[in-house]
Design a protein around this ligand. Structure first.
Ligand SMILES: Cc1cc2nc3c(=O)[nH]c(=O)nc-3n(C[C@H](O)[C@H](O)[C@H](O)COP(=O)(O)OP(=O)(O)OC[C@H]3O[C@@H](n4cnc5c(N)ncnc54)[C@H](O)[C@@H]3O)c2cc1C
Length: 284
């Protein structure tokens, strides 16, 4: 069966749904195709299940991009306040955690439900359990999924990045870009995992759940970490704690799993951890 639309969007993540809503509001007939059985699965796990949906102080300078002007034009046209207004329109209660980060009071599915309602209001049609297998282009794009064919003159690929392969992340979007001869920027991790040993786990498990500004030093590089970059220590999987160093990800590349020696200063001189085995507390 072949279905015809003005635009087909692939993926019901945050990007695909926002795009579909805006296109729908502009009067386009939009289809969104999703391989999973429900929408926005990554949103549901975001922000520890409460979705850190925006930041009050989000500016273009907070983004690392091969095209820094993109963040300028995007944020000039859609500001954090625009998203906050949308959240308030849907009566979703929220709070500021730290450093301008806004989280849902209840749960992240408040955000997915809001996006689904906005899709409905904009006439966007969502098709679940549709894993896209093949895309071709004649006079228009032809997208083939499970037994169905979708056609449209405009195609948006919003199938996500490479993070969390356990949740099904693949290189699909990059493969489509290659198929159509689009230039691809080198991908980099935004979260850099440091694998802790059993000894460190024993020693520092009481720090589980701590999240704070840090200064870190690794392999001869020292980083004063800005307010948006935090060290998170996760409780039950402490050994997989992640350091948010988006700005410096490239310096940590290939280094993260053999991170010795690494020294992280927790807070202003409160604690020094050296992952070469000489971890110690300098103050309580
Ligand atoms: C643990 C964790 C916590 C996070 N917390 C936050 C937070 O609090 N705040 C924040 O702003 N960001 C957070 N992020 C980052 C944020 O979740 C992502 O940047 C964002 O969800 C990416 O959205 P996306 O639409 O680009 O991709 P995705 O959410 O990955 O969506 C892509 C969609 O495409 C679908 N798809 C893929 N291939 C196909 C195919 N072949 N056919 C059909 N469908 C396909 C996928 O099933 C998926 O639904 C977090 C990320 C993680 C992993």
């Amino acid at each position: 069966m072949s279905r015809k639309f003005d635009a087909v969007v692939l993926g019901t993540g945050a990007a695909g749904l926002m795009c579909a809503i805006e296109a729908g509001k502009r009067g386009r007939r939009v289809a969104v195709m999703e391989r999973a059985e429900k929408i926005g699965k990554k949103i549901l796990i975001s922000g520890g299940g409460r979705c850190n949906f925006t930041n009050l102080y989000c500016t273009p300078e907070n983004f690392i991009s091969a095209n820094p002007h993109f963040a300028k034009s995007a944020l000039a046209r859609y500001t954090p306040m625009d998203f906050i207004s949308l959240v308030e329109k849907h009566r979703i209660s929220y709070h500021e955690k730290t450093l301008g980060q806004l989280f849902c009071d209840r749960a992240a599915n408040d955000i997915t439900e809001m996006l689904e309602e906005e899709c409905l209001a904009a006439g966007v049609k969502i098709f679940l359990n549709q894993r896209v297998k093949e895309i071709s282009r004649t006079t228009e794009f032809v997208v083939r999924a499970e037994g169905e064919e979708f056609r449209a003159p405009a195609l948006v690929v919003a199938t996500g990045g490479l993070s969390i392969p356990k949740m099904g992340a693949t290189s699909f979007g990059y493969d489509v870009a290659r198929q159509f001869g689009l230039k691809i920027q080198k991908t980099r991790p935004a979260l850099v995992p440091l694998t802790f040993g059993a000894k460190e786990k024993r020693e520092y498990c009481d720090l589980a759940g701590v999240s704070m500004e840090v200064i870190a030093q690794a392999d001869g590089h020292a980083f004063r970490v800005h307010s948006e970059a935090l060290l998170l220590l996760r409780s039950e999987r402490f050994y997989e704690s992640k350091i948010h160093f988006p700005q410096y990800a490239e310096l940590f590349e290939g280094f993260s799993r053999i991170a010795f020696p690494v020294i992280a200063f927790f807070g202003p001189g409160v604690l020094v951890v050296s992952l070469d085995g000489s971890a110690r507390r300098t103050q309580d």
